[in-house]
Design a protein around this ligand. Structure first.
Ligand code: SF4
Length: 554
């Protein structure tokens, strides 16, 4: 058979997935074949994709979106969601393998934490304790090794440590509840047996980044910035970003119960890493909160307040309740959203009696005043929606808040296929009563290139999602354009996919970020990850960087 590179283009269709067995050990696997002509009419080519046994056993939620065989390169959509499948959707367009999707209701499963040696004796009561979860959170490779024993090869711990040393902009912090969703259905059978599944796992890819995950040439975009959305420039008072005409973001604190490698607020959130010394708020928390409330009382044009951080789950409840109660007393405030990824990653916090009873008090006041009090969370993969996470979301809803909504991030190798996004949206909507609301394109902070997706892929994904979910639960894919704000991916004004430069038009006055309507000549841009560009585009960025930094290697 000629080398793989000579096989394309193929004009045939993929066959259906055919269940088979791995000759080596008889474990179940599946394969599919695509054939086509090339060159002279007498020559035929074929391409074979093989689904690894662990992927098949782990089910659709555990299918890695990278490292698989097939035509799509990094960022392509191609993993099957159910086997065998017919019809369905594919992204179409470049890089797509035309993967099918089959809707079926999937029962949520709480992975058995006792599969990890360090948690073998942990009781259900301990597991449900927020205090135990916080105390047992993993903060470094050494603690991970203590937990997993020899289930991972040593190279993984070294890879993790190297990443923290060389690239990471966020410290390691992951609660047991979330770590337990990594490789959820893989039954470790001895030393090293978890290594492959751990490497490929989508939750691992953004919560426990490895140095080897990063693009060797372009780990950072040349135009990446620590505060990529320039939020601090839009602070009306310290930590209160006034970016849109009618809404503000109140950053009450700079910590979270978990740290995501890609965090947009990496400039401020979390403790420092070897490569990133964090900015700190200058004023005391009580003074900052008073200044925020004072600004909102004096600015009746603001009707919508996002109460965030960090993650509000790290604020002592009485403090959060008193801040929200003060917001509820301001006539002009009509919507309040509490932002907490921990609702799904540390559901034990939101299930505590103190939090639920306090939220009930706030929800009652909000209803009496006709204010929309909602909780916004952040899930990126279906496997993190476990029965306990769903229980927390529904308990929060039962307190009387108006809604619980999800704002995920579109991440390469994590959820960049229609299958992964739809699996997540259906798990949220059907099983946890959480509204799939947004998926943001990953922001251009340093060392985020391997997570980011090009705009054209996001557009295809948005199209692929249409028609599957109820309209009100169909998430919007949005780019957060620096100095401009959120834009639906199809709203792009001009787009050069070769250099990966998208330009966006402004059409409303931004209190802190200038006035796009008054200055139509000013450009607002977003950029595709360079390693996804065609050779011509990569070469253009190479030359540009060489011009800016003569002597650096191209
Ligand atoms: S939970 Fe949100 S604020 Fe905290 S690290 Fe993750 S993305 Fe950043």
């Amino acid at each position: 058979m000629p080398p793989d590179a000579e096989l394309t283009p193929l004009d045939g269709r993929w066959t259906d997935w055919t269940p088979t067995r791995r000759p080596l050990d008889g474990r179940p696997t599946a394969c599919r074949i695509r054939t086509g002509r090339r060159g002279p009419a007498s020559l035929f080519s074929c391409r074979v994709e093989i689904l690894m046994a662990d992927q098949l056993a782990a089910g659709p939620g555990a299918l890695p979106a990278h490292g698989r065989t097939g035509e799509g390169g990094p960022g392509s959509a191609g993993a099957p969601s159910a086997l065998p499948a017919h019809g369905g959707i594919g992204e179409g367009g470049p890089g797509s393998a035309g993967a099918p999707y089959v809707y079926r209701r999937r029962e949520l499963v709480e992975p058995d934490w006792r599969r990890f040696p360090g948690w073998r004796a942990v009781t259900a009561e301990q597991w449900r304790s927020p205090r135990w979860q916080r105390a047992q959170s993993i903060r470094n490779p050494r603690q991970l090794r203590l937990l997993l024993g020899g289930l991972l090869d040593d190279e993984i711990y070294d890879d993790l440590a190297l990443d923290q040393q060389k690239f990471a902009t966020m410290p390691l912090l992951i609660p047991p509840q979330m770590l337990n969703t990594v490789a959820p259905l893989v039954d470790p059978r001895g030393p090293g047996s978890l290594t492959e599944a751990f490497r490929a796992d989508p939750v691992r890819r953004y919560m426990l980044p490895l140095a080897s995950d990063r693009s060797p040439r372009w780990s950072s975009h040349p135009l990446a910035e620590r505060d990529s959305l320039h939020e601090a420039q839009m602070w009306a008072v310290e930590g209160l970003t006034h970016r849109y005409p009618t809404k503000v973001l109140a950053e009450l604190l700079s910590t979270c119960p978990q740290y995501c490698g890609l965090c947009t607020r990496m400039d401020l959130v979390g403790t420092s890493t070897p490569g990133t010394v964090k900015r700190r708020f200058e004023a005391k928390p009580a003074d900052r909160y008073a200044a925020m409330i004072g600004y909102l009382r004096a600015t009746p044009s603001v009707r919508d307040v996002v109460v965030s951080g960090g993650d509000v789950a790290n604020l002592p409840w009485p403090r959060l309740e008193s801040f929200v109660a003060e917001l509820l007393a301001i006539d002009s405030v009509r919507d309040i959203r509490l932002a907490s990824k921990a609702l799904l990653t540390l559901p034990q916090h939101w299930l505590s009696a103190e939090v639920l009873s306090g939220l009930e008090r706030l929800a009652r006041t909000a209803r009496e005043r006709g204010v929309g009090l909602a909780v916004h969370t952040h899930a990126n993969t279906a496997q993190t929606i476990t029965p306990l996470a769903a229980e927390a979301a529904r308990a929060v809803l039962a307190t009387g808040v108006r809604d619980v909504r999800n704002q995920g991030v579109l991440l390469r190798g994590v959820n960049d296929t229609p299958q992964a996004l739809l699996d997540l949206c259906f798990a949220l909507q059907d099983e946890a009563s959480v509204l799939p609301y947004y998926f943001y394109l990953c922001d251009m902070v340093p060392h985020s290139e391997h997570w980011r997706t090009p705009l054209h892929q996001a557009q295809r994904l948005q199209s692929a999602l249409m028609g599957w979910l109820p309209g009100f639960a169909t998430p919007r894919l949005v780019a957060d354009v620096p100095d401009l704000g959120k834009r639906w991916v199809h709203q792009v004004a001009d787009y050069d996919p070769v250099r990966g430069i998208a330009s966006w038009a402004g059409d409303h006055r931004l209190p802190g970020g200038g006035d796009p309507a008054a200055d139509p000549s000013r450009g607002y841009f977003s950029y595709d990850p360079i390693d996804t560009l065609p050779p011509e585009g990569r070469e253009w960025w190479n030359r540009r960087q060489l011009d800016a930094h003569p002597g650096s290697s191209g």
